[in-house]
Design a protein around this ligand. Structure first.
Ligand code: UD1
Ligand code: MG
Length: 461
């Protein structure tokens, strides 16, 4: 049986009170509509159709060519939204699965159950649609499923339209339907206009029943079905999704000491025997290797962390740590920072757009920007690359095994040769030859200065 999918994403989402369209709000790092598309891609054979309207430019910028768009120019309700897909989909499939983009927790398995339920009944020819329902005390504003004495579904009634008795019904409509395609496209026109002037997709149930056609249902798992209409719902869905993601990593061999204070985006990869301590956010395209320890209280955004790395109380964005590197407590890596194998970065260091070669040590409150640092160089406390001259950024190159004394200012562009040393408090304005020693303000090579005092070298590292 060929199945087409239609995702409704055109609504205002006015209850979110947001300038961002509701379906663009992220849940565990992915906008809701992207969650919906990922699920649709697993159930239908053809490209999902997304109905866009309010904020369509945001949705289209996110999804690009991945889906087929149809536009709902006037937002006249969920039934009206589906009508917009008729031209694109009529005659294209035997079944049409329709669902709303504000349900990011829905899993493909649940959809597969719905589709096979419809497929089982399809032969009998009197079934117009299959739908999921849930039994839940908290209605979350969902429509009620009204059945007759024989238990046959008669109608879905929106919460605002319910009689006091109907309000007590605990069987709710999550809004996930599998329609007989031919029936759907020829009967959408029969949806009556509501008191609000809208066309409710839910009224297709009444249309079917009036024609003597049946509506069959299956119960959905309660945790799949959280419609997001307000930011309270959003926080709730976020917590459930985060729990799901944390459990996936734990089953893959990651220790998460406190899942409730650990925030891992769905896109993140983590190797086995890595430990995540409390208070961490792992976001975007972040990848962490095996046997690493992350946290406590660290944020990793779009960053790569190798095996056996250690990150404590640090903020790392678009940066990379090779195996055995460590940072923190209180380190910051900005975009383009790359710590080579075994680099040690202690407290209050910041690195931006720079490579620190294998074995570099930078123990205390230094800033390295736009620099290349050779392997095993020592960056003592308080070193600063003065990379910005007020007009442009300039490069600093530090050779391997160099020793940059405490409180050295490296005024870029500048090259420190291999094995060279700078004395404490030096302001280095000129290139330093390999193995030379410079100190002073401005720094001069040893022997060229009047001062015989030997430079004070690094503090403890
Ligand atoms: C809808 C259902 C309700 C169900 C609930 C489950 C209807 C009439 N009601 O109510 O029975 O219990 O979902 O979450 O269907 N949209 C459009 N165009 C429109 C209006 C909405 O594309 O003109 C889209 C929205 O972007 C959203 C989805 O349809 O993704 C659902 O709209 P929403 O306003 O959230 O409907 P609910 O009030 O939640
Ligand atoms: Mg909704």
């Amino acid at each position: 049986m060929k199945v087409a999918t239609v995702i409704l994403a055109a609504g205002f989402g006015s209850r979110m009170k947001s300038s961002l369209p509701k379906v663009m709000h992220p849940v565990a790092g992915r906008p809701m509509v992207e969650w919906a598309v990922r699920t649709a891609e697993q159930i239908g054979e053809r490209t999902p159709v997304v109905v866009v309207g309010h904020g369509k430019e945001h949705v289209q910028a996110l999804l690009g060519e991945r889906v087929q768009y149809v536009e709902q120019a006037q937002l006249l309700g969920t039934g009206h939204a589906v009508m917009q897909a008729a031209t694109a989909l009529r005659g294209q499939s035997e079944a049409v699965v329709v669902f709303y983009a504000d349900m990011p927790l829905m899993q493909a398995d649940t959809f597969h159950r719905l589709v096979s339920l419809f497929s089982d009944y399809r032969q009998s020819n009197d079934v117009a649609l299959a739908m999921l329902t849930i039994q839940r005390d908290d209605s979350q504003g969902f429509g009620r499923v009204v059945r007759d004495a024989q238990g046959q579904v008669q109608a879905i009634v929106e919460e605002v339209d319910c009689t006091p008795e109907q309000r007590l019904i605990r069987e709710l409509n999550p809004g996930i339907y599998c329609f007989d395609s031919a029936w759907l496209w020829s009967n959408l026109v029969h949806i009556p206009v509501s008191a609000k002037g809208e066309y409710y997709l839910t009224d297709m149930v009444g249309v079917a029943v009036a024609q003597g056609r049946r509506v069959v249902t299956a119960l959905a798992p309660i945790d799949d079905v959280h419609g997001i209409n307000t930011r309270i719902h959003l926080a709730h869905a976020e917590a459930l999704m985060r729990q799901r993601i944390a459990e996936r990593h734990m089953l893959n061999g990651v220790t998460i000491m406190d899942p409730h204070t650990t925030y891992i985006d769905d896109s993140v990869e983590i190797g086995s025997d890595t430990t995540i301590l409390p208070g961490c956010l792992l976001q975007g395209a972040t990848k962490v290797g095996n046997h690493a320890v992350i946290g406590p209280h660290s944020q990793l955004v779009d960053s790569i962390v190798g095996d056996h790395c250690r990150v404590a109380y640090s903020v790392i964005e678009q940066a990379r740590l090779d195996d055995h590197a460590d940072i923190g407590p209180f380190g910051r890596l900005r975009p383009g920072a790359h710590l080579g194998i075994g680099v040690h970065m202690g407290s209050f260091g910041e690195v931006k757009n720079s490579y620190l070669g294998a074995g570099v040590k930078m123990g205390h409150f230094s800033y390295i920007g736009d620099a290349q640092v050779g392997e095993n160089a020592m960056i003592a406390a308080g070193t600063i690359t003065c990379n910005f001259d007020g007009v442009q950024k300039n490069q600093t190159i530090i050779g391997k095994d160099a020793f940059i004394g405490s409180d050295t200012l490296l005024v870029a562009p500048v090259v420190i040769g291999e094995g060279a040393k700078t004395g404490a408090g030096s302001v280095v304005t000129h290139d330093v030859a390999p193995n030379a020693l410079v100190y002073g303000v401005p720094a001069k090579p040893h022997g060229l200065t009047a001062s015989p005092a030997s430079p004070q070298e690094s503090s403890e590292v």
